[in-house]
Design a protein around this ligand. Structure first.
Ligand SMILES: [Fe+2]
Length: 449
């Protein structure tokens, strides 16, 4: 995180004597990036963080990609993924390249160890479930629709709360910066002079939740920290609990940001994806497509125009909304649109959404500047009909969309969506632009990129 924060006890100056109640010295650790010229934090441990009592190689994390030469639009339904492993071992990589890996996790086991990704920053998007991430910077409570940004090297354990009746099982998306770069807010959102979020940014410091107490676990024993690096995980054993800091300060720490706190920027005409940008790292960006009012020109086309994003592959993860109007897509779907071919609204969508005033869809997008490749796990979930799903006569498509709109009007919107766009919105103007009848379903098809 680019701005300064602190938690717990720290001495008045860096690199001076700082003593424990028993008279011994706390162990200072400088947690630095980019050769100590990038964002850095300084931590104070009760015990030296260097006291390793054993280590062993555990398992490979090298991702094998398939169909590297095949360029086509893809649709992967992740909803059928069976629960597997813990919040680390249960991650199933679906797409990736030399810069980024995207995985979905449906964990079933608790972590009985701590984990350190020494190779990548992680941006975890919690779809369902709540709990706490315990880190050496403190604890982060998380819940549905939280982004959790965990910078490289952070030691953590992710604990999900027990699932209550009626709640969905935990499920999350992970975007890792495997090229070694850091996942940060876009620089254009920040003041160059103060690192403060600027007025035009769609979120600011008040929306970000930094680690809180508890911070310090002063325990002696045998503690495993699994460290991921070099496409491999090693198990390191430490004599003391790895989360034994009494304080830290600096600009390098994990934090949470709930996607509902993203303030979408709307326009008279349709706004492009950079408007929705949330984070970026080298060679990829992460965007949040949130419920919002749509474009307000009286003749606005409120769905995205056909587009060729010539330098990017684009993955969308569909979080919530009514997808009946979008062929094949469902909650938990991931679509991949490669940079080599144009894409855009499905047949009939433009006509069917004229006059729509809101969208209730929620999706997370990751655009990469190099081609993405699927894994076998992605192919196992592949919807082979998706690339041809644009091949439909416009009139037939319009009939289908109107039927979907009618069905959506009859069926109440999911509870989680009732905050926005569930009631009929007033029509702006009687015109050819106001043909369809259901604002909820018509809105649902207006947030595609
Ligand atoms: Fe797109």
């Amino acid at each position: 995180m680019p701005y300064y924060s602190k938690l717990g006890k720290i001495p008045s100056k860096r690199h001076i004597q700082f003593r424990r109640p028993d008279g011994g010295l706390y162990s200072e650790e400088v947690f630095g990036t980019e050769g100590f010229t990038g964002p850095t934090s300084t931590l104070y441990h009760i015990h030296p963080p260097t006291q390793v009592i054993g280590w062993k190689p555990l398992y490979s994390t090298k991702v094998e990609y398939v169909e590297r030469e095949v360029m086509r639009m893809r649709h992967v339904k992740s909803a059928p993924l069976p629960p597997k492993g813990d919040p680390i071992t249960g991650r199933v990589v679906l797409f990736g390249n030399k810069d980024v890996e995207m995985s979905v996790c449906v964990p079933v086991d608790a972590m009985k160890y701590h984990f350190k990704n020494a190779a990548a920053d992680e941006c975890i998007f919690i779809h369902f479930g709540k709990g706490t991430v315990f880190t050496q910077f403190g604890a982060l409570k998380f819940g549905p629709k939280d982004y959790i940004v965990i910078p490289k090297g952070t030691i953590y354990r992710m604990d999900f709360d027990a699932v209550a009746d009626g709640e969905a099982e935990p499920r999350f998306l992970v975007i890792e910066s495997v090229n070694g770069s850091h996942i940060l807010p876009p620089p254009r959102y920040m003041s160059k002079k103060t690192a403060q979020f600027l007025e035009h940014a769609p979120y600011c410091e008040r929306d970000l939740r930094s680690p809180q107490l508890p911070l310090t676990f002063d325990k002696k024993g045998s503690y495993e920290v699994r460290i991921k690096s070099r496409d491999f995980v090693h198990g390191y054993t430490y004599r003391y609990h790895p989360l034994d800091c009494v304080g830290w300060d600096g600009c390098y720490y994990p934090y949470c940001f709930n996607i509902d706190d993203f303030s979408p920027i709307v326009g008279k005409h349709h706004m492009p994806p950079p408007t929705h940008q949330t984070f970026e790292a080298h060679n990829f960006v992460i965007c949040s497509f949130c419920p919002r009012p749509l474009d307000f020109h009286p003749l606005a086309v409120v769905v995205p125009y056909n587009h060729s994003n010539l330098d990017s592959d684009e993955v969308l993860y569909y979080v919530e909304g009514n997808y009946k109007a979008r062929r094949g897509i469902e909650v938990g779907s991931l679509s991949l649109h490669p940079q080599g071919i144009a894409h855009g609204p499905h047949p009939g969508t433009v006509e069917a959404t004229l006059g729509v005033t809101h969208t209730n869809e929620l999706a997370v997008m990751c655009d990469t500047f190099a081609p993405l490749f699927p894994t076998q796990a992605a192919l196992d979930l592949d919807d082979l009909a998706y690339p041809q799903s644009w091949e439909e006569e416009p009139e037939a498509a319009l009939t289908r969309l109107r039927a979907a709109a009618t069905a959506a009007t009859a069926a109440p919107t999911a509870k989680s969506n009732t905050r926005v766009a569930t009631k009929k919105q007033p029509t702006k103007k009687k015109s050819a632009a106001s043909k369809a009848k259901s604002s909820s379903t018509r809105a649902a098809s207006a947030n595609t990129w």
